[in-house]
Write a protein that binds this ligand. Structure first.
Ligand SMILES: *[C@@H]1O[C@H](CO)[C@@H](O)[C@H](O)[C@H]1NC(C)=O
Length: 252
């Protein structure tokens, strides 16, 4: 029965949060064979950050996936924090060399970065939110939820398995793919830098939270019903066992 519980838990973990195995920078393959997640088309390769967000906390946050950017102090940056009034006050929040794909029950798939490969002072986590129908690639700053650990959400169709390749959105229709080869509209669109973000958008964060709570609710419901089923089966067994004993008694 214990094994059944563990199996069921394991199953629900897999249903809600598939692992994604990193094959090269910015690219991973889904455990359930649903395809590659490829963020390469989102990166600026010009040596700057794709996104600069006003965190609303006195700092700007810069992020570039896949390709490191640098300034006077740091190289190979993925995430940088810059003080709004003093650009000399800047902190390395993660370098590309530490890029790791992580799956958790509460957040799903995310990419983590650390400020150095060993004894990192700061860390960043970019939660990947798959938005299949979208053509936008939006970064939101969630906050410094744990001291020196910074959380972001990247909403993009390229956060979905199988929807993007190195150049951007894959258009499955053969008749439109010929258009793609003459002019690269999806690539251009994906490389347009987003306007400076407005930090937290509570409407969106709120719906994310509801999603998370709902997700946890489903999990709790599964565990609760499992316990009820297990108790029912165990109770049934005990009943049989008692019957067996009483039969023994009548035999003797
Ligand atoms: C930046 O300067 C403005 C105007 O002087 C000030 O109101 C704000 O508090 C400063 N920000 C920080 C984080 O110190």
């Amino acid at each position: 029965m214990k094994y059944f519980l563990i199996l069921l838990l394991n199953f629900s973990v897999k249903v809600f949060a598939q692992n994604c195995f990193r094959t090269e920078p910015c690219k991973c393959f889904m455990e359930d064979n649903s395809g590659y997640i490829n963020l390469k088309s989102l990166a600026l390769s010009s040596g700057g950050p794709r996104w600069t967000l006003d965190g609303g906390d006195g700092y700007f946050y810069q992020y570039n996936p896949c390709v490191g950017f640098e300034n006077e102090k740091f190289t190979d940056l993925a995430v940088l924090q810059v003080h709004e009034n003093n650009s000399n006050l800047e902190y390395n929040l993660g370098i590309q060399a530490t890029e790791t794909f992580v799956t958790s029950l509460s957040k799903g798939l995310s990419i983590t970065y650390a400020s150095s490969a060993s004894a990192a002072k700061r860390k960043s986590e970019v939660i990947l939110e798959c938005i299949p129908g979208s053509r936008d690639h939006e970064l939101q700053f969630v906050g410094e939820l744990i001291v020196t650990e910074y959380e972001f959400i990247l909403k993009s169709p390229c956060a979905c398995p199988g929807l993007c390749d190195d150049t951007g959105l894959i258009v499955p229709d053969a008749s439109t793919s010929s258009q793609i080869s003459t002019m690269p509209p999806s690539g251009d669109e994906t490389l347009q830098p987003d306007p400076v973000g407005s930090g937290l958008n509570w409407n969106q964060v709120g719906s994310d939270l509801v999603g998370l709570i709902f997700h946890d609710f489903i999990l709790v419901a599964i565990i609760a019903s499992t316990i009820v089923i297990v108790q029912y089966i165990m109770g049934y067994r005990c009943h049989c066992y008692k019957n067996g004993q009483s039969m023994k008694f009548t035999d003797a």
